[in-house]
Design a protein around this ligand. Structure first.
Ligand code: N01
Length: 471
């Protein structure tokens, strides 16, 4: 998503020599990799679209993953991006030598670049659980982001580990066709109810005839999302968070009839502390007669299934691991070397960081989209990337105008940003007492801890006093 955006916008502003490196043989990022049953985006589709490429054909308010994949391919094609992509060639290293970057790829190619934009994504590297005996399982076993569509599910005994957004969507989708379904829950999740109506043919025709209506709808959705959620998650005491909590609690009370199951599904932390799960039908799914919620700790996996701490063996044919992602990777495993031989691996040895999530001191003319500690999870990442790219383009302009050869954030600015960020994080809902992928090794949310409006303001124009320029 962010790589396509970069190619389109850079070319629009006159850059002719733009290459996009894609290690796979198809574009799409998250939407190419995640094809599990039931996948959809929980940001409304008219908002989860590029601002410059509204799509009248979205089928639902929250459209499924394959539609998003097709949309991204469409946009890339119609904006002539495809011819700028080198497919199937993984970037292995980027090295700065005082003037420019040398990009090396797995195929042995070496290319020079004045600027490097890293659009490598956040939720990309699957996190496999460390469960004893996992490899001994005799059935089919795969991660949610590596779904094996060759495996038959109909009538099978299916196990799902994990109750994040992926696990919940998988369970809701497959329950009606599998023989039995066991959901292994380590931590209960709050579930935000959400209707997902489809757009009628008439509405789509109307969008086609009046594209302004899509823009208006996008703006309206963006405003609603920002005010009711994005701006509010950073203040645990906000009335909006209390409202979200009430909606989730009511959803649980009214949707789950069995009091024992209801208590098993009740989280012991505040709603939206973990990334909020949005689902119209998870509670329906988990109450089906062929479904069971397993809350006993997984002891080990055996050839025939999953053994829990109470000694029970849950026999399975298929085991899906919806266990999330390693969220601290970003550009890695690429080897990135900046000024004076500085290695990114060393700079990020403790944890990844960057000034405004975009620039790393000592790494001139390297900029990240959806980099470390940026707004993740609670916003449209397309909006985020568009704002970041417009900011990065202003930095590039400084170099192109001849004011310097290269620029990157100063150490002082990066430290100040990190200090302020860590302090502000204390007030967020993410630090109200739960374990989640937002929290880094210190328990500090690796996210933008201020209102989304503040992010927009900071992205409007760079403060060049925070940057070091090289002659
Ligand atoms: O992953 P997660 P995800 N034994 O990290 C459990 C986006 N997304 O792929 O809570 C047992 O949220 C873990 O348990 P616990 C969205 O930003 C969006 O679901 O740590 N269980 C947890 O339940 C989302 O937040 C959409 O105790 C283990 C689960 O696995 C992000 O991607 C759809 C375990 C991991 O949940 C990631 O979501 C999908 C173990 N050893 C994803 N290890 C939409 O837009 C982990 N778990 C709808």
């Amino acid at each position: 998503m962010a790589g396509i955006l970069s190619a389109i916008k850079l070319r629009e502003t006159g850059f002719r020599n733009v290459t996009v490196y894609e290690k796979a043989d198809r574009i799409g990022g998250t939407w190419r990799e995640n094809t599990y049953p039931g996948i959809a985006c929980d940001v409304p589709s008219h908002l989860y679209s590029y601002s410059f490429a509204p799509n009248p054909d979205w089928s639902h308010r929250f459209s499924p993953g394959d539609e998003i994949q097709a949309y991204l391919e469409d946009v890339a094609r119609s904006h002539d991006v495809m011819e700028h992509i080198r497919f199937g060639d993984e970037v292995t290293s980027c090295e700065f030598d005082d003037r420019a970057w040398t990009i090396a790829t797995a195929s042995g190619r070496r290319a020079r670049a004045d600027f490097v934009i890293a659009a490598t994504g956040v939720l990309h590297h699957p996190k496999y659980p460390d469960i004893e005996g996992l490899e001994s399982f005799e059935g089919a076993c795969f991660h949610s982001a590596r779904w094996d569509h060759g495996v038959q599910l109909d009538g099978q005994r299916v196990g799902v580990v994990g109750t994040g957004s992926s696990g919940v969507q998988i369970v809701s989708d497959v329950v009606d066709r599998v023989g039995s379904l066991a959901l292994f829950q380590r931590t209960a999740q709050w579930i935000m109810p959400q209707e997902n109506p489809c757009y009628t043919e008439e509405e789509k025709r109307d969008f086609r005839l009046h594209p302004d209506r899509m823009r208006e709808l996008r703006d309206e959705m963006s405003r609603g999302f920002t005010e009711n959620f994005s701006n509010a998650v950073v203040d645990a005491d906000s009335p909006q968070m209390a409202m979200v909590e009430e909606l989730c609690r009511k959803n649980l009370e009214t949707s789950v009839t069995d009091p024992v199951l209801r208590e098993k599904l009740r989280p012991d932390y505040r709603a939206a502390c973990k990334r909020l799960v949005i689902s119209p039908d998870f509670y329906r799914a988990i109450q089906q007669p062929n479904a069971k919620l397993v809350t006993e700790r997984i002891e080990r996996v055996e050839p025939r299934g999953v053994r829990t701490a109470d000694g029970r063996l849950h026999e399975l044919d298929v085991l899906a691991l919806a266990t999330g992602f390693r969220v601290d990777r970003f550009l890695r495993p690429m080897r990135v070397t900046g000024l004076d031989g500085r290695k990114l691996d060393q700079v990020w040895a403790e944890r990844p960081g960057a000034y405004l999530s975009i620039s790393i001191p000592g790494f001139p003319n390297l900029f990240m989209l959806n980099g470390p500690n940026g707004p993740v999870g609670n916003f449209s990442l397309i909006d985020v990337a568009e704002l970041q790219l417009a900011y990065i383009q202003q930095l590039i302009e400084v170099v192109v105008a001849g004011r310097c050869c290269g620029l990157c954030a100063s150490e002082e600015a990066a430290e100040r940003f990190e200090r302020d960020r860590t302090e502000a994080a204390k007030r967020t809902i993410w630090m109200s007492g739960c374990r989640s992928w937002y929290l880094d090794d210190r328990g500090v949310p690796a996210a933008w801890p201020w209102a989304f409006d503040r992010f927009r303001e900071r992205m409007a124009a760079p403060d060049l006093a925070d940057y070091e320029m090289t002659a």
